[in-house]
Design a protein around this ligand. Structure first.
Ligand code: FMN
Length: 418
């Protein structure tokens, strides 16, 4: 493929989400960075996103930021609060100086929240055993629902004050909003459970509240599941109706994804299951033991293929008028081109940018045509205990072993992690 031809491809032309124009159509997918010691916005996190921005991405997404302290799954997960505003402002201005836009993924872990790390009792749609945290959540009351809805709106307002150009509401992967959408976890008998209309009530209300808080032009993306990958969970027909509802409530763009963190965690990534590394990074003795001995049975395998969500995401794209970003297995210039030709306005890149933060520049300049990520997914294991990084060197060997106590972020230079 000739260099000039690559530079003029649609993926490298500006794209619009609501009132925001991105320099190209690539977005760094929300990938939990594990860099927020004590829930703070650290220098490591700032440098990580600055580097991704310098690498040519159109917009980088700061990942899984909790809308409240109690809603976190990890101690090293950030939560939105005024106290960290100056550091968030440093992050967004570092990203802007490199020519990219900055988004923040806002979420609530629901019954995946960790009482051990936060000291708070996890809440959820219904009282249902949670294998991920080995606990039962408290079913949310009407007041809890109102409070969390307001927390999302407040977090979005704070994000804009911090200089973020967009927010992404996380309504997939089995987190709180997904727990309400999914009949697998939502067993409620009130107006928030039962029919799809009822199950959508709370997540739709969150999108509406965020839209109302932000005004008409601010980009509000929503990440959602096309399938939970579990019996009795969300499937594509429901997902199409959910996508339409999010659009009607004011979403500016959608990111169709899949998988349920506690049941089918590798569905959203596909490829290798790094069970040993997962066990090593887990601080919980029971879970570590369970993973070591039963990991291969408990953690389901999903075969990797490029553009693995394309068919389902197309069904969503056809059902709505707002831009849809394709995520999942986009690893080469050919993949970008296939996604653009299929009609997607944007693509989101996860592991390709963890493997090489400069990958978009390299693709645009035709220095390389594909990322050399081999989907070993060890990056997913390390982020449980500390900062995310690509564990493989070019030959695919382990670069660094994870200790059973996880990784102390302060011991690593940001440049060594990206
Ligand atoms: C290390 C890692 C962390 C991730 N953390 C998140 C997250 O916090 N929120 C989210 O929505 N998706 C998360 N994902 C999923 C990605 O956003 C993306 O959907 C998935 O990796 C597929 O895209 P890819 O093939 O480009 O990697 C994570 C993926 C990886 C590899």
């Amino acid at each position: 493929m000739a260099k000039a031809a690559v530079e003029t491809r649609k993926a490298f032309t500006p794209g619009k989400i609501a009132g925001l124009t991105l320099r190209n159509r690539t977005i760094r997918a929300g990938c939990f960075e594990g860099m927020c010691e004590k829930g703070n916005c650290t220098d490591l996190l700032i440098e990580h996103h600055r580097a991704v921005a310098a690498g040519g991405i159109g917009m980088t997404t700061v990942s899984y930021v909790s809308v409240s302290e109690s809603a976190r799954a990890y101690g090293h997960e950030m939560w939105m609060r005024r106290e960290i505003l100056p550091d968030l402002q440093r992050l967004t201005s570092a990203v802007h100086k490199e020519g990219a836009a900055a988004s923040v993924q806002l979420g609530h872990c629901g019954y995946f929240a960790s009482k051990h790390d936060t000291g708070f009792q996890p809440v959820g749609a219904s009282r249902r055993f949670n294998l991920f945290r080995i606990s039962f959540p408290k079913p949310m009351t009407e007041d809890d629902i109102k409070k969390v809805t307001q927390d999302f709106a407040n977090a979005a307002l704070l994000a804009r004050e911090a200089g973020f150009d967009a927010v992404e509401v996380h309504s997939g992967h089995g987190y709180l909003l997904s727990q309400f959408l999914s009949p697998y976890t939502n067993k409620r008998k009130d107006i928030y459970g039962g029919s799809l209309e009822n199950r959508m009530r709370f997540p739709a209300g969150v999108v509406r509240a965020v839209r109302q808080a932000m005004g008409p032009d601010f980009p509000v993306m929503v990440k959602m599941n096309v399938t939970d990958g579990i019996k009795g969970g969300i499937e594509i027909d429901d997902a199409v109706a959910i996508a339409r509802r999010f659009e009607a409530e004011g979403a500016s763009g959608l990111v169709p994804s899949c998988g349920f963190t506690s049941k089918t965690p590798f569905m959203m990534m596909r490829g290798n299951r790094p069970i040993l590394e997962f066990a090593a990074a887990d601080k919980d003795f029971i879970r570590r033991f369970g993973l070591l001995f039963f990991g291969n049975i408990i953690v389901q395998e999903f075969t990797y293929k490029n553009l693995f969500l394309m068919q389902e995401a197309l069904k969503i794209a056809k059902a709505v008028k707002i831009p849809v970003a394709l995520v999942g297995g986009i690893c080469s210039v050919n993949d970008l081109e296939t996604a653009m030709n299929a009609g997607f306005e944007f693509v989101e890149l996860g592991r390709a940018t963890i493997r090489d933060p400069d990958i978009v520049n390299k693709w645009q300049k035709a220095e390389v045509m594909a990322a050399d990520c081999d989907h070993c997914n060890r990056c997913v294991a390390v982020m449980n205990g500390g900062p995310v990084y690509c564990v493989c060197n070019k030959k695919g060997h382990l670069k660094r072993r994870i200790g059973s106590k996880g990784i102390d972020a302060s011991k690593y230079r940001a440049s060594a992690l990206i």
